[in-house]
Design a protein around this ligand. Structure first.
Ligand code: SF4
Ligand code: FE
Length: 488
C-alpha cells in the first residue's frame, strides 16, 4: 500500500493503519543501523501496536473515540477532532484513560490532537491581527487529514543547546528549528526536535516553536505541517531501558504487545510548501502557541491514570498470588495508589470541564487546573510505582530469566521455589512481576515515570504557569476582609 495521503484511501482500523506505514522510505536509525522497514522491527513494533489501538477503539467504541467534525461534517477519530464544546474536551480525557488501561503505555497520538486544537485557535487569532490566511490553510489541511484518518505527531521541543541563551544567543543557530530560506512557493526549515513521541509512527508532523521569541528571532517563529516522509528528515530512535527484551522471548518483556516511542527528528533543509505553513515570522504569537498547546497537553496526561489502573491491578494481583490480598498493609497501599491515581484524573477532568471558548470556536482546558494536573503527574506515578514495587517484593529485580524457567533441568526447581499461593501457577506470578518491572523500570517506565516528569514540560514549567495564573491579590483581599483589615 502506498502512503495513505497519496493513495487517497481512508484508514479504517488498526490493521489498515499498520499497513499504511509499510514501504515508506524513512531514514530511521537504531543501534547503528538504518532500519528499512520499521513496521517489522521487534523493538519498534510494540509502539506501532499502541497507535493501532487508537484506531481500533474508534471502531469498537465510536462514542468514546470519534466525533462529528465541524470541519468536514463527517465522523472522525477523536484524536483529529477540533473540540466544539467542553464535553468534547472532557471526552478526550475519558478516551485517554481508557487507552492507557488497554495498552499500559503511551499511545502517542495526543500530541497531534493537542497541536491540532492549539493551531486551530492560534491561526485564527494570527489572521485577525495580521490579515494572513493561515486559518484557512490549516483547516484545508486538517480536512484532508481527517478524511484519510491519519496520525499527526507534534514537533515542538527544540534541542536548545546552551540553556542560558535563547535561539538568538546560540553559537550554532540550528539548535532551535528555523526558516533558513524563503522561496516564492514555500520555506526551507533546518533544526532538530528532541523526544518526539510517535514520530516514526506518524504520517504528518506539526512543527511548532518551543519558546517565547523576540523580534530578532522571527525566523524561529515557524509552524507548519510536514509529511513524515519529506525529503531531508532523519529519525534517530531513542532507546529505552531494557528495550532489547523485546527481541528475546515473551515473558521477560513484561508487556509484549505495547510500548511507547520517542525519536530525535533532524530537519536537514526540508522544503515546506506555502499551503502547509501556518505561522511564519509572527514572533509575538510563539509563546501563545506553546501556552495553548500545553493547556491541552498537560491535562492529556490523565493517560497516566489509565496506565496507573494497570499497575494498581498488577500490585493487587501479586498480593493475591503471594496469598496476602487481605493483609491490612496491602489494602492500605492499594487504597493509597488508587487515591493518587484518581487525584491525577480528577484534576485533568476538572481542567477539561472548566474549558473556555476561543474566538475560533474551539474549547480549551483551564490553564491553572491543567498545569496542576501535570504537576501531580510529575510526582504521583513515582509513588504509585514505589508502592507497586513494595508489594511485589525483591523478586521483581532478582527473578531468573525466561530461558532458565524453560530449562528442562533447572526449570522445575525454579517452578517449585518461585511459587507463591499453591493454586497459582508460578509462571503467572512471574508474568505479573515482569509487568511491574516493565512499568516501573523497564520499557514502559519511560512513559509512566520519566515522561510523566518531563513530557509536556518539566515541573518548573508548570510551576511558572501556576504562579502566573494564581490570582494572589484576590486571595489576599479575601483574607484581609475576613480578618477585618481595612482594605483601603
Ligand atoms: Fe498521549 Fe500520554 Fe503519550 Fe502524551 S504521554 S502522547 S498524553 S499517551
Ligand atoms: Fe508526551
Amino acid at each position: 500500500m502506498a502512503s495513505p495521503w497519496t493513495a487517497g484511501t481512508p484508514i479504517r482500523d488498526g490493521a489498515d493503519y499498520v499497513e499504511s506505514l509499510r514501504g515508506r522510505k524513512l531514514d530511521v536509525h537504531l543501534f547503528g543501523d538504518r532500519i528499512d522497514e520499521p513496521v517489522d522491527h521487534p523493538i519498534i513494533r510494540p509502539s506501532i501496536n499502541a497507535v493501532a489501538a487508537t484506531y481500533d477503539i474508534a471502531v469498537t467504541d465510536p462514542d468514546l473515540a470519534s466525533a462529528v467534525s465541524a470541519v468536514t461534517g463527517d465522523r472522525v477519530n477523536r484524536f483529529l477532532h477540533v473540540t466544539g464544546d467542553a464535553a468534547d474536551v472532557v471526552a478526550q480525557n475519558r478516551m485517554q484513560r481508557r487507552l492507557g488501561r488497554e495498552t499500559g503505555t503511551c499511545f502517542q497520538r495526543c500530541v497531534g490532537m493537542d497541536a491540532i486544537n492549539a493551531l486551530f485557535s492560534l491561526t485564527f487569532d494570527v489572521d485577525a491581527a495580521h490579515g494572513t490566511t493561515y486559518h484557512q490553510r490549516f483547516t484545508e489541511w486538517l480536512a484532508e487529514v481527517q478524511r484519510l484518518n491519519l496520525v499527526v505527531g507534534g514537533a515542538m521541543t527544540d534541542v536548545k543547546g546552551n540553556r542560558a541563551a535563547g535561539p538568538d544567543g546560540q553559537v550554532d543557530p540550528d539548535l532551535y528549528l528555523r526558516v533558513v530560506e524563503r522561496r516564492d512557493d514555500g520555506v526551507v526549515i533546518r533544526g532538530a526536535k528532541a523526544h518526539q513521541t510517535g514520530a516514526v509512527n506518524s504520517h504528518w508532523m506539526l512543527v511548532m516553536p518551543t519558546a517565547r521569541l523576540q523580534e530578532n528571532e522571527r525566523d524561529y517563529a515557524v509552524a507548519c505541517a510536514v509529511p513524515v516522509e519529506a525529503s531531508g528528515i532523519t529519525y534517530v530512535y531513542g532507546r529505552q531501558s531494557a528495550d532489547t527484551r523485546s527481541m528475546e522471548g515473551s515473558v521477560d518483556v513484561g508487556n509484549a504487545r505495547f510500548a511507547g516511542q520517542e525519536a530525535l527528528v533532524i530537519f536537514n533543509d526540508v522544503f515546506v510548501p506555502t499551503t502547509l505553513v501556518f505561522l511564519d515570522g509572527e514572533h509575538e504569537f510563539a509563546a501563545d502557541l506553546v501556552e495553548r498547546f500545553t493547556n491541552y497537553h498537560r491535562r492529556s496526561y490523565v493517560c497516566k491514570s489509565g496506565v496507573g489502573d494497570v499497575l494498581i491491578g498488577a500490585a493487587a494481583l501479586i498480593a493475591d498470588y503471594n496469598g496476602v490480598p487481605r493483609a491490612s498493609h496491602v489494602r492500605d497501599k492499594i487504597v493509597e495508589m488508587s487515591h493518587l491515581n484518581e487525584t491525577i484524573y480528577g484534576l485533568g477532568m476538572a481542567a477539561s470541564h472548566e474549558s473556555f471558548e476561543r474566538p475560533a470556536g474551539n474549547w480549551e482546558p483551564d490553564p491553572l487546573l491543567a498545569n496542576s494536573c501535570k504537576l501531580d503527574v510529575t510526582r504521583y506515578p513515582y509513588e504509585i510505582g514505589r508502592l507497586a514495587q513494595d508489594l511485589a517484593g525483591g523478586a521483581v529485580v532478582t527473578l531468573p530469566s525466561e530461558q532458565d524457567f524453560d530449562d528442562p533441568e533447572i526449570g522445575p526447581l525454579l517452578d517449585k521455589y518461585f511459587r507463591g499461593r499453591p493454586d497459582v501457577p508460578t509462571t503467572d506470578r512471574v508474568r505479573i512481576l515482569r509487568l511491574i518491572e516493565n512499568m516501573t523500570m523497564g520499557r514502559n517506565a519511560v512513559g509512566y515515570l520519566t515522561e510523566s516528569l518531563h513530557g509536556a514540560g518539566s515541573p518548573q514549567a508548570q510551576r511558572i504557569v501556576i504562579e502566573r495564573t494564581t490570582d494572589l491579590e484576590a486571595k489576599k483581599r479575601l483574607a484581609a476582609r475576613l480578618a477585618g483589615i481595612d482594605e483601603a
